[in-house]
Design a protein around this ligand. Structure first.
Ligand code: HSE
Length: 428
Protein backbone atom coordinates (compact mmCIF):
# COMPACT_ATOMS: atom_id res chain seq x y z
CA UNK A 1 0.00 0.00 0.00
CA UNK A 2 1.35 3.42 -0.94
CA UNK A 3 1.91 6.04 1.73
CA UNK A 4 -0.30 9.09 1.36
CA UNK A 5 1.19 12.59 1.31
CA UNK A 6 -0.49 14.47 4.15
CA UNK A 7 -1.02 18.21 3.98
CA UNK A 8 -1.56 20.79 6.68
CA UNK A 9 -3.06 23.92 5.15
CA UNK A 10 -2.82 27.26 6.98
CA UNK A 11 -4.91 30.08 5.55
CA UNK A 12 -8.34 29.38 4.10
CA UNK A 13 -8.92 32.50 2.05
CA UNK A 14 -9.47 32.39 -1.68
CA UNK A 15 -6.34 30.36 -2.45
CA UNK A 16 -6.58 28.10 0.61
CA UNK A 17 -10.21 27.20 -0.11
CA UNK A 18 -9.31 26.65 -3.77
CA UNK A 19 -6.52 24.28 -2.78
CA UNK A 20 -8.83 22.29 -0.49
CA UNK A 21 -11.32 22.00 -3.37
CA UNK A 22 -8.72 20.57 -5.74
CA UNK A 23 -7.56 18.01 -3.17
CA UNK A 24 -11.17 16.94 -2.52
CA UNK A 25 -12.54 17.02 -6.04
CA UNK A 26 -9.56 15.54 -7.86
CA UNK A 27 -8.43 12.96 -5.30
CA UNK A 28 -8.39 10.12 -7.82
CA UNK A 29 -6.58 12.09 -10.50
CA UNK A 30 -3.94 13.32 -8.02
CA UNK A 31 -3.38 9.82 -6.62
CA UNK A 32 -2.97 8.31 -10.07
CA UNK A 33 -0.58 11.03 -11.21
CA UNK A 34 1.52 11.10 -8.03
CA UNK A 35 1.45 7.34 -7.50
CA UNK A 36 0.15 7.92 -3.99
CA UNK A 37 -2.90 9.59 -2.40
CA UNK A 38 -2.70 13.28 -1.51
CA UNK A 39 -4.72 14.01 1.63
CA UNK A 40 -5.40 16.85 4.04
CA UNK A 41 -4.81 16.10 7.72
CA UNK A 42 -5.47 19.48 9.29
CA UNK A 43 -6.30 23.09 8.50
CA UNK A 44 -5.96 26.42 10.24
CA UNK A 45 -7.37 29.91 9.75
CA UNK A 46 -8.31 32.94 11.81
CA UNK A 47 -12.06 32.29 11.82
CA UNK A 48 -13.30 28.74 12.30
CA UNK A 49 -16.99 29.53 11.68
CA UNK A 50 -16.77 31.21 8.30
CA UNK A 51 -18.40 29.41 5.36
CA UNK A 52 -15.70 28.88 2.74
CA UNK A 53 -17.84 26.97 0.28
CA UNK A 54 -16.04 23.70 0.95
CA UNK A 55 -16.57 21.10 3.72
CA UNK A 56 -13.82 21.17 6.34
CA UNK A 57 -15.24 19.02 9.13
CA UNK A 58 -13.26 15.93 8.16
CA UNK A 59 -9.99 17.73 8.88
CA UNK A 60 -8.48 18.46 12.26
CA UNK A 61 -8.62 22.17 13.12
CA UNK A 62 -5.79 24.14 14.68
CA UNK A 63 -6.16 27.73 15.78
CA UNK A 64 -2.39 28.16 15.82
CA UNK A 65 -0.61 27.70 12.47
CA UNK A 66 2.65 26.85 14.23
CA UNK A 67 0.94 23.92 15.94
CA UNK A 68 -0.51 22.85 12.59
CA UNK A 69 2.90 23.10 10.94
CA UNK A 70 4.50 20.73 13.43
CA UNK A 71 1.78 18.05 13.72
CA UNK A 72 2.96 14.47 13.37
CA UNK A 73 0.34 13.74 10.72
CA UNK A 74 1.51 16.59 8.43
CA UNK A 75 4.19 15.91 5.80
CA UNK A 76 3.83 19.16 3.88
CA UNK A 77 2.95 22.48 5.44
CA UNK A 78 1.00 24.59 2.93
CA UNK A 79 1.30 28.25 3.93
CA UNK A 80 -1.42 30.40 2.38
CA UNK A 81 -1.81 33.11 5.02
CA UNK A 82 0.37 35.82 3.48
CA UNK A 83 2.41 38.60 5.06
CA UNK A 84 6.18 38.81 5.06
CA UNK A 85 6.53 38.19 8.78
CA UNK A 86 4.23 37.23 11.65
CA UNK A 87 2.44 33.86 11.70
CA UNK A 88 3.37 32.95 8.12
CA UNK A 89 7.10 33.18 8.77
CA UNK A 90 6.89 31.67 12.26
CA UNK A 91 4.93 28.67 11.00
CA UNK A 92 7.13 28.19 7.93
CA UNK A 93 10.26 28.16 10.09
CA UNK A 94 8.64 25.80 12.59
CA UNK A 95 7.60 23.44 9.81
CA UNK A 96 11.07 23.31 8.26
CA UNK A 97 12.70 22.76 11.65
CA UNK A 98 10.20 19.97 12.35
CA UNK A 99 11.22 18.24 9.12
CA UNK A 100 8.24 19.20 6.96
CA UNK A 101 8.42 20.31 3.36
CA UNK A 102 6.74 23.66 2.76
CA UNK A 103 4.66 25.00 -0.11
CA UNK A 104 3.74 28.67 -0.01
CA UNK A 105 2.21 31.34 -2.23
CA UNK A 106 3.68 34.11 -0.10
CA UNK A 107 5.66 36.48 -2.35
CA UNK A 108 6.30 39.06 0.39
CA UNK A 109 7.84 36.46 2.71
CA UNK A 110 10.01 35.01 -0.06
CA UNK A 111 11.10 38.45 -1.28
CA UNK A 112 12.19 39.57 2.18
CA UNK A 113 13.30 36.34 3.89
CA UNK A 114 13.84 34.02 0.92
CA UNK A 115 17.56 33.47 1.47
CA UNK A 116 17.25 32.65 5.17
CA UNK A 117 14.31 30.34 4.58
CA UNK A 118 16.10 28.57 1.73
CA UNK A 119 19.13 28.01 4.00
CA UNK A 120 16.85 26.73 6.77
CA UNK A 121 15.09 24.35 4.39
CA UNK A 122 18.39 22.91 3.19
CA UNK A 123 19.84 22.65 6.71
CA UNK A 124 16.86 20.47 7.56
CA UNK A 125 16.88 18.51 4.32
CA UNK A 126 13.49 19.89 3.27
CA UNK A 127 12.18 21.65 0.19
CA UNK A 128 10.49 25.05 0.10
CA UNK A 129 8.45 25.61 -3.06
CA UNK A 130 6.51 28.72 -4.09
CA UNK A 131 5.07 28.55 -7.60
CA UNK A 132 1.89 30.29 -6.42
CA UNK A 133 3.88 33.31 -5.24
CA UNK A 134 4.73 34.58 -8.72
CA UNK A 135 2.25 35.31 -11.50
CA UNK A 136 -0.57 33.08 -10.20
CA UNK A 137 -1.26 30.21 -12.54
CA UNK A 138 1.76 30.78 -14.80
CA UNK A 139 4.38 28.08 -14.08
CA UNK A 140 7.28 30.50 -14.29
CA UNK A 141 9.19 29.27 -11.22
CA UNK A 142 9.17 25.74 -12.55
CA UNK A 143 10.12 26.98 -16.01
CA UNK A 144 13.15 28.83 -14.64
CA UNK A 145 14.34 26.30 -12.07
CA UNK A 146 13.78 23.20 -14.21
CA UNK A 147 12.89 23.62 -17.86
CA UNK A 148 15.35 26.45 -18.52
CA UNK A 149 18.11 25.19 -16.20
CA UNK A 150 20.41 24.74 -19.20
CA UNK A 151 20.28 28.43 -20.07
CA UNK A 152 22.10 31.50 -18.99
CA UNK A 153 19.16 33.84 -18.60
CA UNK A 154 19.90 37.23 -20.10
CA UNK A 155 16.71 39.09 -19.23
CA UNK A 156 13.31 38.62 -17.64
CA UNK A 157 10.47 40.99 -18.38
CA UNK A 158 6.91 40.87 -17.35
CA UNK A 159 3.58 42.22 -16.33
CA UNK A 160 3.19 40.62 -12.92
CA UNK A 161 0.36 42.57 -11.35
CA UNK A 162 -3.03 41.95 -12.91
CA UNK A 163 -4.71 44.81 -11.08
CA UNK A 164 -2.37 47.39 -12.59
CA UNK A 165 -2.77 45.89 -16.04
CA UNK A 166 -6.53 45.98 -15.60
CA UNK A 167 -6.39 49.65 -14.59
CA UNK A 168 -4.12 50.68 -17.47
CA UNK A 169 -5.98 48.77 -20.18
CA UNK A 170 -9.38 49.85 -18.88
CA UNK A 171 -8.27 53.51 -18.85
CA UNK A 172 -7.36 53.10 -22.50
CA UNK A 173 -10.40 51.12 -23.69
CA UNK A 174 -13.00 53.19 -21.80
CA UNK A 175 -11.19 56.53 -21.97
CA UNK A 176 -11.54 56.90 -18.20
CA UNK A 177 -9.22 58.69 -15.76
CA UNK A 178 -7.06 56.79 -13.27
CA UNK A 179 -9.15 57.64 -10.19
CA UNK A 180 -12.36 56.36 -11.77
CA UNK A 181 -10.82 53.07 -12.85
CA UNK A 182 -9.03 52.66 -9.51
CA UNK A 183 -12.43 52.89 -7.80
CA UNK A 184 -13.87 50.43 -10.30
CA UNK A 185 -11.06 47.97 -9.51
CA UNK A 186 -11.80 48.47 -5.83
CA UNK A 187 -15.50 47.68 -6.33
CA UNK A 188 -14.57 44.55 -8.27
CA UNK A 189 -12.43 43.39 -5.35
CA UNK A 190 -9.23 43.42 -7.40
CA UNK A 191 -7.16 45.54 -5.03
CA UNK A 192 -5.09 44.17 -2.18
CA UNK A 193 -6.18 45.23 1.34
CA UNK A 194 -3.41 47.83 1.06
CA UNK A 195 -3.87 49.08 -2.54
CA UNK A 196 -0.36 50.55 -2.55
CA UNK A 197 0.94 46.98 -2.79
CA UNK A 198 -0.67 46.85 -6.23
CA UNK A 199 -0.53 50.36 -7.68
CA UNK A 200 2.78 51.21 -5.97
CA UNK A 201 4.43 48.27 -7.75
CA UNK A 202 5.41 46.54 -4.47
CA UNK A 203 3.56 43.27 -5.11
CA UNK A 204 5.00 43.03 -8.61
CA UNK A 205 8.43 44.08 -7.27
CA UNK A 206 8.37 41.15 -4.83
CA UNK A 207 7.69 38.80 -7.72
CA UNK A 208 10.45 40.28 -9.87
CA UNK A 209 13.01 39.99 -7.06
CA UNK A 210 12.15 36.31 -6.61
CA UNK A 211 12.49 35.58 -10.33
CA UNK A 212 15.76 37.51 -10.55
CA UNK A 213 17.25 35.36 -7.77
CA UNK A 214 16.46 32.17 -9.68
CA UNK A 215 17.50 33.56 -13.05
CA UNK A 216 20.82 35.05 -12.01
CA UNK A 217 21.83 32.87 -9.08
CA UNK A 218 21.79 35.79 -6.65
CA UNK A 219 20.34 36.10 -3.17
CA UNK A 220 16.88 37.59 -3.44
CA UNK A 221 17.29 41.34 -3.10
CA UNK A 222 13.95 43.14 -2.98
CA UNK A 223 15.55 46.32 -1.60
CA UNK A 224 17.49 46.52 -4.86
CA UNK A 225 14.35 46.78 -7.01
CA UNK A 226 13.87 50.27 -8.45
CA UNK A 227 10.16 50.78 -7.78
CA UNK A 228 7.69 53.18 -9.32
CA UNK A 229 3.92 52.73 -9.35
CA UNK A 230 1.23 53.67 -11.85
CA UNK A 231 -0.39 56.48 -9.84
CA UNK A 232 1.05 59.21 -12.07
CA UNK A 233 -0.15 57.73 -15.37
CA UNK A 234 -2.79 59.91 -16.96
CA UNK A 235 -5.11 59.19 -19.85
CA UNK A 236 -3.23 61.73 -22.01
CA UNK A 237 -0.10 59.57 -21.83
CA UNK A 238 -1.99 56.39 -22.59
CA UNK A 239 -3.50 58.06 -25.68
CA UNK A 240 -0.26 59.70 -26.77
CA UNK A 241 1.70 56.47 -26.32
CA UNK A 242 -0.89 54.65 -28.44
CA UNK A 243 -0.57 57.33 -31.09
CA UNK A 244 3.18 56.66 -31.25
CA UNK A 245 2.64 52.88 -31.48
CA UNK A 246 3.11 51.95 -27.82
CA UNK A 247 1.15 50.84 -24.78
CA UNK A 248 1.98 51.67 -21.18
CA UNK A 249 2.53 48.74 -18.81
CA UNK A 250 3.72 48.38 -15.24
CA UNK A 251 6.72 46.43 -16.47
CA UNK A 252 9.22 44.43 -14.49
CA UNK A 253 12.67 44.02 -15.97
CA UNK A 254 15.58 42.11 -14.46
CA UNK A 255 18.92 41.70 -16.16
CA UNK A 256 22.51 41.10 -15.14
CA UNK A 257 24.76 43.77 -16.56
CA UNK A 258 28.45 44.59 -16.28
CA UNK A 259 27.33 47.23 -13.77
CA UNK A 260 25.49 44.77 -11.55
CA UNK A 261 21.96 43.42 -11.23
CA UNK A 262 19.33 45.68 -12.70
CA UNK A 263 15.82 45.18 -11.29
CA UNK A 264 13.16 47.68 -12.29
CA UNK A 265 9.40 47.70 -11.76
CA UNK A 266 8.01 50.84 -13.34
CA UNK A 267 5.60 52.14 -15.96
CA UNK A 268 7.21 51.66 -19.36
CA UNK A 269 6.18 51.87 -22.97
CA UNK A 270 6.27 48.65 -24.97
CA UNK A 271 5.51 48.25 -28.68
CA UNK A 272 1.73 47.93 -29.10
CA UNK A 273 2.19 44.97 -31.43
CA UNK A 274 4.41 42.98 -29.03
CA UNK A 275 2.93 40.20 -26.87
CA UNK A 276 3.30 42.44 -23.79
CA UNK A 277 1.69 45.34 -25.64
CA UNK A 278 -1.32 43.21 -26.47
CA UNK A 279 -1.87 41.98 -22.93
CA UNK A 280 -5.35 42.97 -21.77
CA UNK A 281 -7.09 43.14 -18.40
CA UNK A 282 -5.95 41.27 -15.29
CA UNK A 283 -3.77 38.81 -17.15
CA UNK A 284 -0.04 38.39 -16.43
CA UNK A 285 2.80 37.73 -18.85
CA UNK A 286 6.41 36.79 -18.25
CA UNK A 287 9.02 36.88 -21.00
CA UNK A 288 12.29 35.02 -20.46
CA UNK A 289 15.31 35.46 -22.68
CA UNK A 290 18.07 32.87 -22.45
CA UNK A 291 21.20 32.20 -24.44
CA UNK A 292 19.97 28.85 -25.74
CA UNK A 293 16.19 29.12 -25.69
CA UNK A 294 16.20 32.66 -27.14
CA UNK A 295 12.84 34.07 -26.04
CA UNK A 296 9.79 32.42 -24.48
CA UNK A 297 6.52 34.06 -23.49
CA UNK A 298 4.26 32.71 -20.75
CA UNK A 299 0.81 34.22 -20.37
CA UNK A 300 -2.02 33.46 -17.97
CA UNK A 301 -4.13 34.50 -15.01
CA UNK A 302 -1.98 36.08 -12.33
CA UNK A 303 -4.36 35.73 -9.43
CA UNK A 304 -7.62 34.15 -8.28
CA UNK A 305 -8.76 30.96 -6.61
CA UNK A 306 -8.32 28.43 -9.40
CA UNK A 307 -5.11 29.71 -10.99
CA UNK A 308 -3.18 30.21 -7.75
CA UNK A 309 -4.45 26.94 -6.24
CA UNK A 310 -3.37 25.25 -9.47
CA UNK A 311 0.18 26.55 -8.91
CA UNK A 312 0.15 25.46 -5.25
CA UNK A 313 -0.96 21.97 -6.25
CA UNK A 314 1.80 21.78 -8.85
CA UNK A 315 4.32 22.13 -6.02
CA UNK A 316 2.46 19.62 -3.85
CA UNK A 317 2.46 17.12 -6.70
CA UNK A 318 6.21 17.54 -7.23
CA UNK A 319 6.77 16.68 -3.57
CA UNK A 320 4.35 13.74 -3.78
CA UNK A 321 6.34 12.42 -6.73
CA UNK A 322 9.64 12.81 -4.92
CA UNK A 323 10.96 15.69 -7.03
CA UNK A 324 13.22 17.83 -4.85
CA UNK A 325 14.59 21.07 -6.31
CA UNK A 326 16.51 23.74 -4.38
CA UNK A 327 14.39 26.73 -3.43
CA UNK A 328 15.97 29.12 -5.94
CA UNK A 329 17.16 26.42 -8.33
CA UNK A 330 20.60 25.92 -6.77
CA UNK A 331 21.86 25.36 -3.22
CA UNK A 332 21.21 28.52 -1.20
CA UNK A 333 24.85 28.77 -0.08
CA UNK A 334 25.91 29.12 -3.75
CA UNK A 335 23.67 32.15 -4.39
CA UNK A 336 25.85 35.25 -4.60
CA UNK A 337 25.05 38.57 -2.94
CA UNK A 338 23.34 40.75 -5.53
CA UNK A 339 25.17 43.96 -6.40
CA UNK A 340 22.54 46.44 -7.54
CA UNK A 341 23.39 48.30 -10.75
CA UNK A 342 23.71 52.00 -10.00
CA UNK A 343 22.39 53.05 -13.39
CA UNK A 344 19.87 51.54 -15.78
CA UNK A 345 20.74 50.16 -19.21
CA UNK A 346 20.42 52.98 -21.79
CA UNK A 347 16.99 53.15 -23.43
CA UNK A 348 14.84 55.26 -25.67
CA UNK A 349 12.46 57.53 -23.82
CA UNK A 350 9.02 58.93 -24.51
CA UNK A 351 8.63 62.59 -23.56
CA UNK A 352 5.39 64.53 -23.43
CA UNK A 353 5.37 68.22 -22.73
CA UNK A 354 3.36 71.33 -23.29
CA UNK A 355 5.26 74.17 -24.95
CA UNK A 356 4.45 77.83 -25.07
CA UNK A 357 3.24 78.50 -28.59
CA UNK A 358 5.89 80.97 -29.65
CA UNK A 359 8.59 81.03 -32.34
CA UNK A 360 11.67 79.00 -31.42
CA UNK A 361 10.12 77.11 -28.49
CA UNK A 362 10.58 73.71 -30.09
CA UNK A 363 14.10 74.63 -31.17
CA UNK A 364 15.01 75.43 -27.56
CA UNK A 365 13.86 71.99 -26.43
CA UNK A 366 15.77 70.31 -29.26
CA UNK A 367 18.88 72.28 -28.31
CA UNK A 368 18.64 71.25 -24.66
CA UNK A 369 18.33 67.60 -25.66
CA UNK A 370 21.26 67.94 -28.05
CA UNK A 371 23.43 69.58 -25.39
CA UNK A 372 22.80 66.57 -23.15
CA UNK A 373 23.86 64.26 -25.95
CA UNK A 374 20.31 63.06 -26.61
CA UNK A 375 19.23 62.47 -30.17
CA UNK A 376 15.59 62.77 -31.24
CA UNK A 377 14.18 59.76 -33.07
CA UNK A 378 10.59 60.91 -33.66
CA UNK A 379 8.61 63.99 -32.76
CA UNK A 380 4.99 65.03 -33.07
CA UNK A 381 3.21 68.28 -32.31
CA UNK A 382 -0.55 68.33 -32.12
CA UNK A 383 -2.93 70.98 -33.33
CA UNK A 384 -4.16 73.16 -30.52
CA UNK A 385 -6.50 76.04 -29.88
CA UNK A 386 -4.86 77.71 -26.93
CA UNK A 387 -1.47 79.06 -25.91
CA UNK A 388 0.11 75.69 -25.19
CA UNK A 389 1.25 73.21 -27.81
CA UNK A 390 1.29 69.49 -26.89
CA UNK A 391 4.52 67.88 -28.10
CA UNK A 392 5.64 64.25 -28.05
CA UNK A 393 9.24 63.19 -28.52
CA UNK A 394 10.74 59.71 -28.80
CA UNK A 395 14.48 59.81 -28.20
CA UNK A 396 17.20 57.49 -29.38
CA UNK A 397 18.86 55.42 -26.66
CA UNK A 398 20.28 57.48 -23.85
CA UNK A 399 21.32 57.22 -20.23
CA UNK A 400 18.66 58.18 -17.70
CA UNK A 401 21.18 60.53 -16.08
CA UNK A 402 21.55 62.46 -19.37
CA UNK A 403 17.79 62.66 -19.67
CA UNK A 404 17.46 63.96 -16.12
CA UNK A 405 20.03 66.62 -16.92
CA UNK A 406 18.03 67.61 -20.02
CA UNK A 407 14.74 67.70 -18.10
CA UNK A 408 16.27 70.04 -15.54
CA UNK A 409 17.64 72.28 -18.28
CA UNK A 410 14.24 72.33 -20.01
CA UNK A 411 12.74 73.85 -16.90
CA UNK A 412 15.12 76.81 -17.39
CA UNK A 413 14.17 77.48 -21.03
CA UNK A 414 11.00 79.34 -20.13
CA UNK A 415 9.09 77.59 -22.92
CA UNK A 416 8.04 74.33 -21.21
CA UNK A 417 4.77 74.58 -19.28
CA UNK A 418 4.59 72.30 -16.24
CA UNK A 419 6.77 69.22 -15.80
CA UNK A 420 7.45 67.09 -18.87
CA UNK A 421 6.50 63.41 -18.58
CA UNK A 422 9.35 60.97 -19.28
CA UNK A 423 8.76 57.24 -19.60
CA UNK A 424 11.21 54.54 -20.56
CA UNK A 425 10.61 52.53 -23.72
CA UNK A 426 11.53 48.88 -23.30
CA UNK A 427 12.63 47.06 -26.43
CA UNK A 428 11.38 43.54 -26.98
N1 HSE B 1 -2.77 41.69 -6.40
C1 HSE B 1 -2.09 40.85 -7.32
C2 HSE B 1 -2.44 41.22 -8.73
C3 HSE B 1 -2.39 39.38 -7.15
O1 HSE B 1 -3.29 42.08 -8.95
O2 HSE B 1 -1.87 40.66 -9.64
C4 HSE B 1 -1.62 38.77 -6.06
O3 HSE B 1 -0.27 38.88 -6.24
Amino acid sequence: MTTPLRLGIAGLGTVGAGTVKIVRQKAHLLAVRAGRPVEISAVSARNRDKDRGVPLTSYAWEDDPVTLATRDDVDVFVELMGGSDGPAKAATEAALKAGKDVVTANKAMLAVHGQDLALLAEANGRVLRFEGAVAGGIPIVKALTESLAGNEVTRILGVMNGTCNYILTRMESAGLPYDTVFEEANQLGYLEADPELDVGGIDAGHKLAILAAIAFGTQVHFAGVELEGIGKIVIEDIRAAADMGYRIKLLGVAQMTGRGLEQRMSPCLVPATSPLGQLEGGTNMVVVEGDSVEQIVLRGPGAGEGPTASAVMGDVMDIARGLRVSTFGQPAATLTAAQAAQSATPASYYLRMNLKDRPGALAKVATVLGESGISINRMRQYGHANESAPVLIVTHKTQRSALNEALTAMGRTGVVLGDPVALRIENL
